[in-house]
Design a protein. Structure first.
Length: 218
């Protein structure tokens, strides 16, 4: 397998920021630190580098000798698979999806996060939504969404959108209710499982176990 040879000005986006120390909390990144990984291209070549996933911008990013760079938008569509540690990601329909299962059925997780910016004090003890919006826009325009840590007054709430591929089409789930509705033909089986297993939608393994049960029984 050849190593991918791409000039960094093509592989990376048009921005770069100095990385901070490893002790900084990566609040809006999927992994707690950058890990050795591989980017496999559709033409069979690959690049080995330290990778992570920015859940806020939904981009794969890499550490280029202390600079945090995003894989360039012209390169992303050429990606086949990204491996980070023991985790595997594909790029499809304009998004990166983590592969949770890929045999008799295909099940994926799309990692996202909401960032709640601070609002400045307003009249009667409230906060100004306009100020909060301006603050968030500033975060983006200044490129701080690629910092390893956002300012302390910003709150980060990660969440997951799950996807299953059936007959070549992707179906997304945002709630357990949507999963239940998807398996309406197996209602009794779903109720049987959820009575004996506590399913937490925020727990990736918990949801993956439920889907595996529904797909392999009945």
């Amino acid at each position: 397998m050849k190593h991918l040879v791409i000039p960094f000005f093509l592989f990376a986006a048009s921005f770069s920021l100095l990385a901070q120390t490893n002790t900084v909390t990566l609040s809006h990144y999927l992994l707690p630190e950058f890990q050795e990984g591989r980017v496999l291209m559709k033409n069979g070549t690959e690049l080995k580098t330290r990778l992570n996933y920015n859940s806020l911008t939904e981009e794969m990013v890499f550490d280029d000798n202390g600079n945090i760079l995003a894989i360039g938008k012209t390169v992303v569509p050429q990606i086949d698979t990204v491996f980070i540690g023991d985790r595997k990601f594909i790029y499809t329909e304009g998004k990166f999806l983590e592969v949770l299962h890929d045999s008799s059925y295909k099940f994926f997780a799309q990692h996202k996060c909401r960032v709640i910016p601070p609002g400045k004090p307003a009249a009667y003890g409230g906060t100004s939504e306009t100020s909060a919006t301006d603050s968030y826009s500033s975060l983006i325009s200044d490129g701080r969404v690629y910092d390893l840590r956002l300012p302390d007054d910003f709150k980060v709430k990660p969440y997951t959108v799950y996807w299953i591929e059936k007959e070549g089409k992707l179906k997304s789930f945002l709630t357990l209710g949507q999963i239940k509705a998807f398996y309406k033909q197996k209602k009794k089986l779903y109720e049987e499982y959820t009575k004996t297993h506590k399913v937490n939608f925020e727990d990736q393994k918990s949801v993956a176990d439920l889907i595996n049960f529904m797909e392999t029984h009945g």
